[in-house]
Design a binder for this molecule. Sequence first.
Ligand SMILES: [Zn+2]
Length: 233
Amino acid sequence: MKTILKWLMILGCCIGLFYGCIYAQEEHTQSSRILYLTFDDGPSEYTNELLDLLNKHHMKATFFMLDAEMQRNPEVVKRMINEGHAVGVHGVTHEKETFYCGVFGPVKEMDQANDTLQSISGQRTVLARTPYGSSPYLTKKQREALDSRHYILWDWNIDSRDWSYRNPQKTFNHTIKDLGKMQKDPKVILFHDIKSVIETMTLFIDWMEQNDYTSEAITSDLIPVKLWSKSKS
Ligand SMILES: [Zn+2]
């Protein structure tokens, strides 16, 4: 009797493990098919076309924008928000020496960009991306100052390198190669709102659809991707 019970228990554990694995796999498959496309340094003269492309394919994105570019293209900012994309701030000067100057340098620039966003759209954002990411230039004190103003810093874990390639095919090849290696979620891809963006995204969105990927806008309840680690801070 004892032996039967023992075997029944072992069988029960095996079944539990089997279904547990299937469930975990499904979870993994589901979450890994969501990408977070992010576009820095805009809005630009190319953003309207980019929004057309995203809309056509039911993709949502996140835009980390500069103060002057928002002022230059206020209608595009409103359009992003109306169409369900996420908006974040990326500062004013984009200059390493100015942006990272003093404990409150980054806060000052993010606040100024946020004031502009508010004057255009009537809303502020907590999403922020510092120029070149939150490492290596952002200091612990500057990060704490941004925290105290409730900014949520977002870096990326896949860099399309569009800015250095300036070539849609090379950017596309590099991005899908890096994406293939990325096992962690959320998968956040860095793109820039530059001339090559339309051609790059045409290639990339086609590929995404062929491979059952979709994209969503970043929300403030997601755990952000960070380039810095606590041990280094
Ligand atoms: Zn930038």
